[in-house]
Design a protein around this ligand. Structure first.
Ligand SMILES: C[S@@+](CC[C@H](N)C(=O)[O-])C[C@H]1O[C@@H](n2cnc3c(N)ncnc32)[C@H](O)[C@@H]1O
Length: 259
């Protein structure tokens, strides 16, 4: 058994254990209203208005899948956790626009040149072999197809985030900790982070040249601020503070028409 295999098993097990309460932790579910609108706007800005065939990597409980379907796209949601897939399948039962498959996002086994777009939220930071994964995503995209990545640096809080973190700890101390915000699993999270290539924190500036090396062009980094602002419209104080903790980004790029 290789070290990489063990790490992947740990990651899969971690997410499978979190699957049942995943949607209860702030920032995961995308409720209808301002937040859903902000996500939809960010997707349309990157992918355009036409209905597309999309491979959604690490689809989890199917929250981003829902945004994509609401925009008329057809979604193949892929995840390596059966527990996550089961929740997404139940949530979207009967919707013909989506199917959910068990596979590894670092080696999808999907056909060459198959999808108009590849989308993922909060996957890249947890990849064990990012270069191989990006090459695979490039392969499954049609010429001219787009990759859209929502992610962030979950290791180093921003300056404002450090203050927000202090305020959150005070609220936790006097109001009780939020049981769904990683909670008792956080030691496991830390142990996984220490072994990940992006365990030091994922930034857009580190990712951009890696995407270029994989062959992608027109690499664009957009701000996550409009989504965070929409979240704050309905969030309580503790969750509003959470939107300030980390630096998030939206990366989009394109596979050239001719390779
Ligand atoms: C933070 S959750 C994000 C879920 C979903 N993208 C969302 O934003 O709601 C991470 C997800 O990535 C999945 N995952 C992590 N590594 C993966 C891999 N190599 N292949 C497939 N799924 C993976 C986990 O099972 C989990 O569902």
């Amino acid at each position: 058994m290789t070290a990489n295999y063990t790490l992947k098993e740990d990651i899969r097990d971690y997410w499978s254990k979190r699957s049942e309460t995943f949607d209860l932790a702030f920032g995961h579910r995308i409720p209808p209203g301002p937040e859903m609108d902000a996500w939809a706007e960010a997707v349309t800005r990157a992918l355009g208005p036409k209905p597309l065939s999309i491979l959604e990597l690490a689809s989890g409980t199917g929250e981003v899948s829902n945004v994509l379907m609401s925009l008329g796209h057809t979604v193949t949601g892929l995840d390596f956790s059966e527990a996550m897939l089961a929740i997404a399948r139940t949530k979207h039962a009967g919707r013909k626009q989506a199917r959910f498959i068990l596979a590894d996002a670092e080696n999808t086994m999907e056909p060459d040149d198959r999808y108009d777009a590849v989308v993922c939220r909060h996957l890249v930071w947890t990849l064990t072999r990012p270069e191989e994964a990006f090459a695979d995503w490039f392969r499954v995209l049609k010429p001219g197809g787009r990759l859209l990545v929502f992610d962030g640096d979950w290791t180093t809080p921003t300056r404002l985030g450090r203050l927000a973190g202090m305020a959150i700890r005070l609220i936790d101390r006097f109001g009780g900790a939020d049981p769904h915000y990683d909670g008792a699993l956080s030691d496991r999270h830390k142990s996984i982070m220490e072994r990940l290539p992006f365990g030091h924190g994922l930034t857009a500036s580190e990712l951009t040249p890696m995407m270029a090396a994989a062959g992608f062009v027109d690499i664009d980094i957009a701000s996550h601020a409009s989504i965070a602002a929409a979240q704050r419209k309905t969030a309580n104080l503790r969750n509003s503070l959470r939107t300030l903790l980390y630096r998030r980004f939206i990366l989009s790029c394109r596979k050239p028409e001719t390779v």
